[in-house]
Design a protein around this ligand. Sequence first.
Ligand code: DX5
Ligand code: ZN
Length: 220
Amino acid sequence: MKERLIAPSVLAADFGNLQRDLELVNNSEADWFHIDIMDGVFVPNISYGMPVLAAIQKHAKKTIDVHLMIVDPDRYIKEFAALGANNLSVHYEACTHLHRTLQAIKAEGMKAGVAINPHTNVSLLEDTIQDIDLVCVMSVNPGFGGQSFIENTYKKVSQLKEIIERNNAPTLIEIDGGVTSKNAAQLVKAGADVLVAGSFVFKAENPTQTIKELKDLVNS
Ligand code: DX5
Ligand code: ZN
């Protein structure tokens, strides 16, 4: 069985103790750092930008998975590569020329990801699936951590898995938003490979233990 991955979302970390929380993830069973970049235009919230990502890169010892919730992401591809992003996901809804954007991300040596909003049908990825390393299925409307999981996500994940298999594509399925130990097992059953978890990890009494519980749950 392919190993399922856990990606704690740094958005839910304590920014006053960022290094501590990054070390916590380094020393845990987590696989990736999920980094949410919001511009206040594509989504109704602003998170953090380049200087914070530079600080994260200094300490993070695992894959840096950047989720861009910004308009016109092509403008920043080179900059994110220089800041150490390993995966760069752009929103389907923010790209006029998605195929070109994916090639530009790969040309900078990063894995190319596409995030889709809850209202975006997975069938729209049929013609680019061969070029997508990672699909980030939004299970909340992007913009904020701590929202509740949208149940329709399971259906989308199964449909996406079918498209990936039919096209023999190498694409991983990542789920982002409202992930907890309550929905994790059903998500991997539907076909998820990577689970992002923000509040569920960082608001837990023992985040390290919570990461381990999630990791065990999805790989059992
Ligand atoms: C939402 C972000 C998510 C968020 C997840 O727009 O893309 O990555 O940090 O946080 P939780 O797990 O709290 O829903
Ligand atoms: Zn995200």
